[in-house]
Design a protein around this ligand. Structure first.
Ligand code: COA
Length: 263
């Protein structure tokens, strides 16, 4: 295993799966500025590395995925600093992750609050351990979610449920999150990473080029001014010019398993 430790994160790469662990357990992995920068670089590197087929994001320890943005860093911010905080964070991490070509799975291992839930929602899908608690408690601090939470939560669970969660600042448990469709699977804490790796294993046997095209087409339906159906037609057409498509179709016709070149 190739393990790289940074100040606030740890990156492990094994068999085409990069696991990024946010590592500030004494602060419940709260996202300070430095952690956001480190995550940006880690996601960028993972996405550029052709040998990395899936990225898993999780939190260190047994208590928290991420308990939110680091409140101590913005408590005295002005209006313009507040706007800058949200726009920089969205560009560096949250929108950045949502638009990566490499699939990102969030493995939620405890509290996912505020920016923590927003990070999990920016991932392409989520799984949770049964001790997980999720919420957007910002209005209890006199602010609103600023890392995409007011948009992604209603997209994932519906407007009424998102309104209730955001207005009440209350947390839901893993089973409620499963019922809402916020997470795809719930398992024990011990089984969380093995499950993420199992799901990643299924994904990485498929064409990475086609997966990137699928992410792009799915995202297009949620972008302002974009027509998802049109984006799908374009992305579908592009696949026909790829070596992966040649290999996938030939392998099917020759009754063998494909060996995708990833281009
Ligand atoms: N920002 C900065 N520090 C945070 C934090 C955050 N979002 N969340 C937790 N921490 C820190 C605490 O200040 C504490 O640090 P300390 O030991 O130096 O005092 C440490 O992490 C442990 O947290 P603590 O509150 O003692 O744990 P708890 O088990 O009593 O409570 C929570 C857990 C998650 C309920 C509580 O930490 C909490 O409400 N966190 C803030 C959640 C939030 O509002 N997030 C949205 C931010 S926009």
């Amino acid at each position: 295993m190739n393990s790289i430790k940074h100040q606030n994160i740890v990156i492990d790469i094994q068999d085409g799966i990069a696991t990024i662990t946010i590592n500030r357990p004494t602060k419940l992995n709260a996202l300070n500025k430095d952690t956001i920068k480190e995550l940006h670089h880690a996601f960028m590197k993972g996405d550029k590395d052709k040998s990395v087929k899936v990225i898993i994001i999780t939190g260190a320890g047994e208590k928290a995925f991420v308990a939110g943005a680091d409140i101590s860093e913005f408590a005295d911010f002005s209006v313009s600093q507040g706007q800058e905080l949200a726009s920089q964070g969205q560009a560096l991490l949250f929108d950045f992750v949502a638009h990566l070509s490499t699939p990102v799975i969030a493995a939620i291992n405890g509290f996912a609050l505020g920016g923590g839930l927003e990070l999990a929602m920016a991932a392409h899908f989520r799984i949770a351990s049964d001790n997980a608690k999720m919420g957007l408690p910002e209005v209890s601090l006199g602010v609103i979610p600023g890392y995409g939470g007011t948009q992604r939560l209603p997209q994932l669970i519906g407007k009424g449920r998102a309104m209730e969660m955001i207005m009440s600042a209350s947390m839901i448990d893993a089973h409620q999150a499963l019922e809402y469709g916020l997470v795809n699977h719930v398992t024990s804490l011990e089984e969380l990473l093995p499950l993420a790796e199992k799901l990643a294993g299924k994904i990485k046997s498929n064409s990475s080029v086609a997966i990137a095209a699928a992410i792009e087409a799915i995202n297009a339906g949620y972008e302002d001014g974009e027509n998802g159906f049109e984006a799908e037609i374009t992305a579908f057409g592009k696949c026909f010019g790829t070596a992966d498509f040649q290999e996938g179709t030939q392998a099917f016709l020759q009754k063998r398993k494909p060996k995708f070149p990833g281009k």
